[in-house]
Design a protein. Structure first.
Length: 329
């Protein structure tokens, strides 16, 4: 039987029409931000996480070398020994953060791992394992105390998943040899990972592109510029047309009651849109004029079906349906 990915984009619930579909455990989405990392302290206001440094890590005062992410697991060397799994509990890392101001101000923030556990099989639709969940704390210089770095996910856990790349303010995936990402399970990077789009998977074609596309879709980043066009608590039905051994997320036999086609997606955002997920003050005419052409104009990028979306971009990777969300407060 086909799976249905129903995504909830925050902790708060909205009153939505009842559906006859079954929610797939682990496919609920909280929050609209990318990494989901809390930045604690007055001096962190306006600062954005850029990534965790692979250099400067330590455990019990001993330097860690060759820090890396292998699949979904953090690995490091200590005095010639390879540490992985729960052996890295207590390790300290420094994150690189920067302000959005021009010129940008950068800083280093200290984090420590307080617990490590294997990922649950219920969040592993490809049955590939090799993923661990890391409980992180940030050192708050204002108070000289440690604070939880990740918010609580739907399971009540404050955990993160390590990934080998970083993401910039535009929502673009950026390969790095010096930084990696701890993605909290409340953010879209980890959520898309948990839907099955694990960037390290082999045999699924360019799975990296599927993961990046998923982060655009989840945040309704139509323009591909990192700006979300959705509200907390929004439900979305998500699927892909990945060739065998895919797809990873499938549509199912029926459209969920009350949902209609929204858009086709690739790594750059929406390739075409039927309508905005939230009918706010914006319309498709001014949603992203440099990216999508509104209805009524020559070359309008409007699609109401998968086949129409593929007509605009035969390489469109993912698709979604959503409710006609009209509430604005």
């Amino acid at each position: 039987m086909s799976k249905l990915a129903l995504v909830m984009l925050a902790a708060c619930q909205l009153d939505e029409p009842a559906t006859g579909t079954v929610e797939q455990h682990g496919m609920n989405m909280q929050g609209m931000n990318m990494q989901g990392m809390n930045m604690q302290g007055m001096n962190m206001q306006g600062m954005n996480m850029q990534g965790m440094n692979m250099q400067g890590a330590s455990l019990a005062g001993i330097d860690l070398a060759n820090v890396r992410v292998e699949k979904g697991e953090l690995v490091a060397d200590e005095n010639g020994d390879t540490l992985r799994g729960t052996a890295l509990v207590g390790a300290h890392f420094y994150a690189q953060v920067a302000s959005a101001a021009d010129p940008s101000v950068t800083a280093q923030v200290e984090y420590r791992i307080t617990a490590i556990e294997p990922e649950s099989a219920s969040y592993d639709p490809t049955h590939t394992g090799s993923t661990y969940l890391y409980t992180l704390e940030q050192y708050v210089t204002d108070t000289g105390t440690w604070a939880t770095a990740c918010g609580a996910d739907l399971d009540g856990r404050h955990v993160a998943i390590p990934l080998t790349a970083t993401w910039n303010a535009h929502g673009d995936r950026v390969e790095s040899s010096t930084l990696f990402t701890f993605a909290c399970t409340t953010g879209v990077i980890a959520k898309c990972y948990r839907w099955g789009y694990r960037p390290w998977l082999t045999g699924y074609g360019n799975i990296v592109d599927y993961h990046e596309t998923c982060t655009r879709l989840a945040r309704a980043d139509y323009c591909g510029n990192g700006i979300p066009h959705t509200h907390d608590g929004t439900w979305v039905n998500v699927w892909d047309l990945m060739p065998p051994p895919g797809p990873i997320q499938t549509h199912g036999l029926l459209t969920p009651v009350g949902m209609v086609f929204e858009a086709g997606w690739n790594t750059q955002g929406a390739v075409c849109v039927s309508r905005a997920r939230w009918l706010l003050d914006d319309t498709l005419a001014n949603l992203c004029p440099d990216h999508l052409i509104p209805p009524g104009l020559l070359g309008a990028t409007v699609c109401d079906t998968v086949s129409e979306a593929l007509g605009y971009d035969g390489g469109a990777l993912m698709f979604d349906e959503s409710y006609l969300n009209l509430i604005t407060d």
